[in-house]
Design a protein around this ligand. Structure first.
Ligand SMILES: [Zn+2]
Length: 372
């Protein structure tokens, strides 16, 4: 079993293919639901599978603090612990350390921080982050990088990128290669095309099984994100997977697939599902809105999920108004199902050579709005 990505079809810069892993294949382009703390919030593992998801993401930061990587290792790894036998990608913890933890201090060796749960002291270095992901039995391990703040000065972006490249080398040295497993390097460099190109070159020198574009969707806006992808993706190897971290809205996904990205993760569909916000073929809508209270029709008549095939908008509206937990459960299922259907549509369009037409029709349908 060799880890690798095989191209099935390309249409412009967009590409469709298959990722082969120790825990099964993944058709790309793919959206990975975020299973932060060993669960895709509000969903059972069976429900996640039913949406069509083939790979999920786990968060090193959350899992190292609770229940702890050693405990998960004693249970045979995260796959067994959360009943997800399919592929799992884990982040390295760097992003959450910077966004969630208190009293963090950064030095050349790594980051010391206090848990946002109980204030206990912890340390993450490239070596520790890689070891934790090994204990979790991550199918795809991410290199430990520094989350560059945004906005930042040109000097800050450059020195942060350079430190992340030194950390990438140390992450690689700490990675235990196993058949069907992979480690991805993370391209940094803010929105500066030259720094991005230098970062790619540094990662290619080290050599990883795949490459992620990090440090985007942090407030730079979609136009700057797409421009950065235009400046970065062409430098990445054609025969290896490309992952855009933490992105995004359905429109972000279509634009990034058009630019040659294969893999995505984002909390948006799950987080939105818990707050009554639905992503549909006709754009987004809020089920708390009073206009849904007498509506006997489905949320999205073209959707195959339980929320859409078994329930009315009026019922979903009622669940959210009454703060019933079934509301977030059903709407999370819907949003993840929609994201999976969106990606499958993009894959099919790439394979049939109709990507541009399909993307234009998808955008037009969002723009036309919700008629329910
Ligand atoms: Zn649905």
């Amino acid at each position: 079993m060799t880890f690798g990505w095989t191209e099935a079809a390309a249409d412009g810069a967009a590409r469709a293919g298959t990722l082969d892993t120790a825990h099964g294949p993944v058709a790309t382009p793919v959206f990975m639901p975020v299973g932060t703390a060993g669960t895709v919030k509000a969903m059972t593992a069976d429900q996640v599978r039913t949406t069509g998801a083939s790979i999920v993401l786990g968060n090193t930061y959350h899992l190292m603090l609770r229940p702890g990587a050693d405990r998960i290792e004693r249970f045979g790894g995260l796959h067994k612990f959360m009943d997800w036998p399919g592929p799992i990608l884990t982040d390295s913890g760097g992003f959450q350390v910077m966004s969630l933890s208190a009293l963090r201090t950064l030095d050349e060796d790594g980051v010391t921080f206090r848990s946002h749960l109980d204030g206990s002291a912890h340390r993450l270095t490239p070596e520790i982050a890689t070891e934790i992901q090994h204990k979790l039995d991550a199918t795809i391990t991410m290199a430990f990088d520094e989350c560059t703040k945004f906005p930042a000065t040109a000097d800050e972006v450059r020195s942060s990128m350079e430190r992340s490249m030194r950390w990438a080398g140390r992450s690689r040295a700490a990675f235990v290669a196993r058949p069907g497993y992979a480690q991805f390097g993370i391209v940094q460099g803010g929105v500066d095309p030259e720094l991005r190109a230098r970062s790619v070159a540094a990662l290619l020198d080290i050599g990883f099984e795949g490459y992620a574009v990090g440090g985007l969707a942090v407030g730079e806006g979609q136009a700057a994100m797409f421009a950065t992808l235009d400046a970065t993706v062409p430098h990445l190897p054609r025969d290896q997977p490309r992952y855009l971290m933490g992105v995004g809205t359905p429109d972000d996904l279509v634009g990034a697939v058009a630019r040659g990205i294969d893999m995505f993760d984002c909390v948006m569909p799950t987080r939105a599902g818990r707050t009554a916000r639905a992503y549909t073929r006709h754009g987004t809508l809020n089920l708390r809105n009073a206009r849904h209270q007498e509506n006997q029709g489905p949320l999205d008549p073209a959707c195959r999920c339980t929320a859409c095939t078994r329930h009315s908008r009026a019922y979903l509206h009622h669940l959210f108004r009454a703060n019933e937990m079934l509301g977030p459960m059903l709407l999370t299922q819907h949003n993840i199902t929609y994201y999976q259907d969106l990606m499958r549509g993009l894959r099919n369009a790439i394979c049939s050579g109709t990507f541009e037409t399909h993307a234009a029709e998808t955008r037009a349908s969002w723009a036309a709005g919700d008629l329910g």
